[in-house]
Every structure is written in structure tokens, then in C-alpha cells.
Design a protein around this ligand. Sequence first.
Ligand SMILES: [Zn+2]
Length: 145
Amino acid sequence: MTTASRLRVPIKPGFFTVPDDPNALPKFLATRCESCSEYFYPRRAICAQCLSEQTVDVELDGRGTLYSYTFVHIPLFGSTNIEHMDGYGVGQIDLPEGPRIQAPLAGKQAEFKIGQQLVAELDTLREDGGRDLVIVRFRPVEAAR
Ligand SMILES: [Zn+2]
């Protein structure tokens, strides 16, 4: 467990929430079209399906189904986290609302299989001026903390 006192900030704003509670799960910042009910991630002002401008910001739970994945056997770029040195997995995860999210995977290759239920969590990429820069990644639901 990391120290709870240090401020956590997203590596890039506008994509996911960073809850104050270290045990709370991050949510994805998405858009829903009021005209056709389609969901989009990342957010967009105009619906890509029906071109309506009647879109609203929504937060989606970080739970989904593994659609596909691969493992990269080089260190994660920009990370000083020792856990990332052997390489990392990248998955495409389908949220129940529709968007397909590409994100790093937490765990070893043997822990993943297509169709499995995953949950999102925050992971520290590196320290930045006393703050932790965090990314969002997915891990198998069975191994969720
Ligand atoms: Zn629409």
C-alpha cells in the first residue's frame, strides 16, 4: 500500500477520476448522447453516431470485459515503478455501456484471458514534486484488492 498522505494527480487530466479515498475505485470520464443514448470515451462535444450536440458528461464505473490483450517485454515508458521494469500488459476492455478502453494491465500474462471480468485501479507511475502521478490500469476481478 502506498502512503495515503501524498497527493495523487492523474498523468493527464480529463480521462479518469482520482478519488480522495485510496480504496475507492477510479471512474472514467465519458460522454452520453441525449439523442441516441450512445456512450463515448474519451469525452466528446458532438455525438459521433448521430452528430447531435446534446451530449452530457458522465462518469462510468471502471469495470469491464477483456476483449483482447498483449504483453510488451520492455519497461513501461516514463515509469520509475520497479514493477514496470519487466514489461507490462495492455488490454482492450469493453465497458458495459459500450466504450472500448485501451489500458495497461496489472499482473502477469498467465493471469489474463479473453472474456474475463476486470476492474480498474490507480497505479503510481512516478513521483513528481512530492505528488504521485497516477495512471489507470485493469486487473482481474478475482485479484481485486
Ligand atoms: Zn447521438
